[in-house]
Write a protein that binds this ligand. Structure first.
Ligand code: ADP
Ligand code: ZN
Ligand code: ZN
Length: 711
């Protein structure tokens, strides 16, 4: 049994005796057990017969389970297995694995009643009635008390709707999916047929759906979900951001009325509890949500779709530091289902697997309805500077904004800026200092005014002039969204401009409100981070401006080129989704860089061909696995010392390549100094074993298997 607690002393399964009176209680059940002088709850993850060798004479010493909680197992066998998988493959504590697989309200609150409301027939008249009806329609399975409290409807209003039949008491009947209103394109038809074929085969399979932005991938997901429902099985659809769930939710809800459950951590506890149990009871068959929705308790899971599979948000930052793609594959291995990875810009890992023939590969090469891809132009900021323009907006971008606003269309201005790592860029020739060994940008460390490779700790003084062209215009480089917003407001005083980044969207629901206001054209322009480039469908956006592609390119991360390519392509994907063709203006000091050039041509293959060569040469994923070991301390030395020891331990295994320790690119967070160590191996089991060895010998170090964030 595993405790529902995160504590070092409790980080292993405990043995308890299951008395004959509780013989029906087994794996997956929540139970209350004695612990020390008190009691605690946990979940049974396995059992063994008392007459097995190592427990032959122990049963008398074992304490007995006190009582089960609930009337049936909380976790289905495949989720029990998944808890053990998280703990083993991502090297976390048992309690963390359990808490990840089962959301807090489900662990803490009793299941909701089975008698609940759902909406039927057409909307009733009258504002209160309509409000109540809509509330229930969007939350099938809601309790009567909650629906009334949330909408201010009286008991009389509720009973009127019940007797009129516009509301009914559940469980809801299974409604058939509503057929699509689109006539699928030939490419969509082919993809749908291929996926249906995979579903028919019944074995676990993974397929990459590589489709340019606006090629109708979502329509293919909907068809695949309909096909899996027809076979009596369930589907999980993952989106990279909570912000994208409302838009995707609306499309799935209208296709699968009453059968969709939405999972995400920003929902209120009661709602999360209800949605979880609707799935657990088999009332909902399609689950939609960000990363954590992969743990939805589907008993008949047959399909997982990961939309925009290249997004790094599928990697969890906290323990267990899993990647949703790996968890999905693990889950489907045991249930024999289909994993669909959709993207216009697949991750190198997935693209490589598809090109090697290890997973399926379907393509949607064109936008639907003959809409052209946006036209991308690249502005060389070096030339702009030469001509004496020191403003944030090049002549070309400014003119394009003028035109777009004059036509009454909308503009997105994007700035990729994650963390605060700064590099040095030559404003004359575009040179950025890189580490020759690791092929990542060097990061400028203010404190000692040096350039540092944060993979191997190579250091150099900041040169006075550019090593490539001799220019003295070598500068550290950084602008923020606020500065762009300010400059845009000065340049276009009549335009209605809003800002969207993590800081401005901290409050619950602020995302949805801003994005809706923008959809309703209450703003002319939105200034923000890459958040804006993700998946939104705004038909009136005809211009996207990227303020500085170099910010993405100069991140000290071996995926910097991939991120840049993604950002630019996704940005182009936001432009011209409606009737009017779109255009994109990319400003950069590095117009020749292959990621910029390939994105401008909107061609993934040339980018892939070049990038995969670098990855192979240096053993980075997909040609190897990494372990990031991080440490922090009151001084640089205190942070570094345990890593020196870890490095010497790790170096005893000749299959591991150990780089560092080096300071983290974001060297100080509050008063803490941060250092890290990067470990590489050709195969994953080596990396996992190394992580477990380190976790045992130096438990205070932070370990990330297959890291995505090096800041
Ligand atoms: P993607 O997910 O590849 O970016 P979407 O599935 O969002 O693309 O489709 C883009 C737009 O095209 C959406 O507005 C969608 O409703 C529409 N669409 C999709 N398939 C078709 C089709 N076969 N015929 C007409 N419109 C379509
Ligand atoms: Zn230069
Ligand atoms: Zn290096």
């Amino acid at each position: 049994m595993v405790f529902d607690r995160v504590a070092a002393g409790l980080d292993h399964p405990f043995d308890y005796w299951v008395p004959p009176s509780l013989a029906h209680v087994g794996p997956g059940w929540r139970v209350r057990v004695p612990l020390g002088a008190s009691t605690a709850t946990g979940v049974i993850v396995g059992w063994r017969a008392a007459d097995e060798e190592d427990t032959r004479d122990r049963p008398v010493q074992l304490k007995s389970i006190l009582a089960p909680i609930g009337e049936e197992p909380l976790l289905l066998p495949d989720l029990v297995r998944l808890v053990a998988y998280l703990r083993e493959q991502w090297c976390c504590w048992w309690g963390q694995a359990l808490r990840t697989a089962v959301p807090a309200p489900v662990r803490q609150l009793p299941p909701p009643p089975r008698a609940h409301l759902y909406a039927a027939a057409d909307s009733p008249r009258g504002p209160v009635r309509q409000r109540l009806w809509e509330y229930v329609r969007d939350r099938p399975g809601v309790a009567e008390a909650e629906a009334r409290a949330a909408t201010g409807a009286s008991a009389a209003v509720l009973s009127a709707l019940l007797s009129a039949g516009t509301l009914r008491r559940g469980p809801a009947p299974r409604l058939a999916p509503v057929p699509t209103r689109h006539h699928l394109t030939a490419a969509q038809e082919q993809a749908v047929a291929a996926l249906a074929g995979c579903l028919g085969a019944g074995a676990a399979q993974t397929v990459l759906l590589e489709g340019v932005t606006g090629s109708g991938k979502t329509e293919v997901y909907l068809a695949a979900a309909a096909a899996v429902l027809e076979r009596g099985r369930q589907a999980i659809v993952l989106v990279p951001e909570i912000a994208l769930t409302p838009q995707m939710g609306a499309r799935f809800r209208s296709r699968f009325p009453g059968r969709l459950a939405v999972f995400h951590s920003a929902m209120a506890d009661g709602e999360r509890l209800r949605e979880w149990h609707r799935v657990r009871r088999g009332e909902a068959d399609v689950v939609l949500g960000p990363r954590s929705a992969i743990f939805a308790p589907c008993e008949r899971l047959g399909l997982v779709v990961i939309d925009e599979e290249h997004e790094s948000t599928y990697k969890q930052d906290e323990h267990p530091r899993y990647h949703a793609r790996d968890v999905a594959e693990e889950r489907l291995r045991s249930t024999g289902g289909l994993l669909v990875l959709g993207s216009a810009t697949p991750s190198l890992e997935t693209a490589h697997q598809a090109r090697q023939g290890r997973i399926g590969w379907l393509r949607l090469p064109e936008r639907v309805a003959g809409r052209p891809l946006a036209c991308v132009s690249v502005v060389d900021l070096r030339a702009e500077l030469e001509r004496g323009n020191r403003e944030m907006f090049s002549k070309q971008l400014a003119a394009a904004v003028d035109d777009t606003l004059a036509e009454g269309q909308q503009v997105l201005l994007l700035l990729n800026r994650r963390g605060y790592a700064k590099s040095v860029v030559c404003r004359t020739c575009g040179y950025t200092a890189r580490c020759a060994e690791c092929s990542v940008s060097l990061t400028w460390h203010r404190e000692d005014d040096r350039l540092v490779c944060h993979y191997c700790d190579f250091r150099m003084a900041v040169p006075d002039s550019c090593p490539a062209c001799g220019s003295a215009r070598l500068r550290s480089f950084g602008v923020g969204t606020e500065q762009v917003l300010e400059a845009a407001r000065i340049r276009w005083p009549a335009a209605r401009i809003a800002r969207a980044d993590r800081d401005s969207l901290r409050r619950r629901g602020s995302h949805e409100r801003l994005f809706q206001a923008f959809s309703a054209r209450q703003y002319d322009m939105l200034v923000g981070t890459q958040l804006l480039a993700k998946g939104m469908d705004w038909p009136h956006v005809t211009l996207v401006g990227v303020i500085a592609a170099d910010l993405a390119l100069s991140l000290p991360d071996f995926r910097a080129a991939e991120r840049t390519y993604d950002l630019l392509t996704q940005a182009a994907g936001r432009a011209g989704r409606g009737e009017h063709p779109g255009r994109v203006v990319v400003q950069t000091y590095n117009p020749e860089h292959y990621s910029v050039a390939a994105a401008a041509a909107q061609a993934f293959q040339p980018f892939y061909d070049e990038e995969v060569g670098y990855r192979e040469e240096l053993g980075y994923p997909p040609f190897g696995h990494l372990l990031l070991v991080e440490s922090s301390g009151a001084s640089g030395e205190a942070a570094r010392a345990p890593l020196e020891q870890a490095a010497s331990e790790l170096r005893q295994d000749p299959a591991l390549t150990v780089r560092g320790p080096s300071p983290a690119p974001v060297e100080k967070v509050r008063a803490h100094h941060r250092c890290h160590l990067l470990v590489r191996a050709a195969d994953r089991p080596r990396i996992v074993a190394a992580a477990h060895r380190l976790a045992a010998s130096q438990p205070h170090l932070s370990l990330t298997i297959d890291p995505y964030n090096f800041l």
